[in-house]
Write a new protein. Sequence first.
Length: 554
Amino acid sequence: MTDKISNLALVIFSTIIIGLVLVVFFIINFDDHVDASRNSPNLSVLPNVNDIGEYDVYELAFNYDQSGIINPWEDVTIIAQFTSPGKKRVNISGFYYDTDTWKVRFAPNEIGKWNWKTTFQSSFGKKVTKMGSFNVTASENPGFVRKSADSQFRLAFDNGLSYNPIGIGDCVLDFNQNGQINDEWGLDGDTRPPAPPIGNLVDMNTYLSTYGVAGFNLFRWSVDNCSFKLWDYISTSGNAYLVREGKWGDELVQNLHQNGFRIWMTIFGFQPSYPDAVADSPEQAAINRYVNYVMARYGAYVDIWELANEANLPDTWLTSTANYLRSIDPFKRLISTSWERPDLSVIDINSPHWYEHESEFTSDWRAYQRAAKQKPLHKPIIYGEQGNGGGTGVCNWDDASALRMRLRTWSAFFNDISLIFWNTSQAKDYCPEGSPANIYLGPEERSYIRILQDFTGNFDATTAISSPAIVSNPEIVRGYVLRSTTKYAAYLHAYTDHTHPTTDVSLTVDVPANGMLQWINPTNGVVIESYAVPSGVRHISVPPFTIDIALIVM
């Protein structure tokens, strides 16, 4: 009898052990494992998708009863660890979204199965862990914007393709106080009157799609600079942010992505918090918490960070903030600031502002001079704001403003710099006395940008300035030359006469490879002349042209 009881006990014990092993195995291998769910049974995590394209945004939503949490922005800590198919690990912070909801956002940069593990902990609760996975498929997204490996002044994507930015910035505000930012975007207005008093307004998607189709491919979102701010307060005792404005930011970056824009995000406006903060101080810690919130919420969308707008900040503030930003950025994106400080090692992009109302006969030359002034600092040059200067009678639009813009942008491309225009296009009569008048980017201006972007798309990241253009008549024609390993291009401006055709001009070229030569009219994109040319140095005749003409051999 004793032996039977012992054998029965042994069977029961063995069954229990086997059952426990199976349970542990099931828990370890189950994607939605919650190892401490008994401590917080009301926490759930919901992904936005199960399959996503490379560099698209994967999102996890955490639902949890926030009753008793005093500051949901900072009294809850969420860390998500994403593990790539190649076993690389990336840590991303979460952020408070709205009542009972926190989120994590991530842009995966590798095709295949990704695994994630999250920890959620409130100020008074126990840590809760969840796990899951998702699949990343190939997409047309080329990745984030980087410095080109082939040129100190040009940019490229993660996949190596060249990126030639032409950008816009604009006011992003709830002007009519209806709780939205998507219904008052200025587009193709006229003079007032007879136009509506505020000008012509459209919805956000119409605005962005119109400029995106035209070839504008970078948007500068300048927080707290004719734009809503994101914080309620930033304090050494704790930070709090704005729920509605945070969602406005979501709507903006998502619409920008959908319309093909890369995003330049300016984190602070004219007056950053604690400008006298020193490293490792409570003030710097408060700044860092806000930067961490911005990274968590918008980092999956942004290509270029800008610390502040037109703010004179000490080296200590800029260095500490940039170093912290880079330390939490899983993709180590480019950092800039305004006013520009390319002399600092922590700043990657030289980003001055340029407002001027120059003669259209000098617009190309002014872009050249601007480039020459900034190039000794050996960093990519992107003018974060560009437009017409202020002064008596200077407006965002005049009879020659579209031409000036065309000459500036073509010359900018040929001189290794990029422009972000401050767009004011709800009307043509924005004429502020004594301050920049910005610029009107209407149908004519957009058509010029489309032609230029079609032209620049033919060049890879090895494109560089070859030598000064050698023209037969430099007293009436200025020229600029670019050359890559396989292509050659020139841009000529008849800078003394915009009325009569310029004739009897020749150009000396040095073609890197046999190809087809095309002369293009920058006004309408028409190919004026086309023929085959062999590689090498030769003198060629320039077709008669009025104002400007472009050459490409490919």
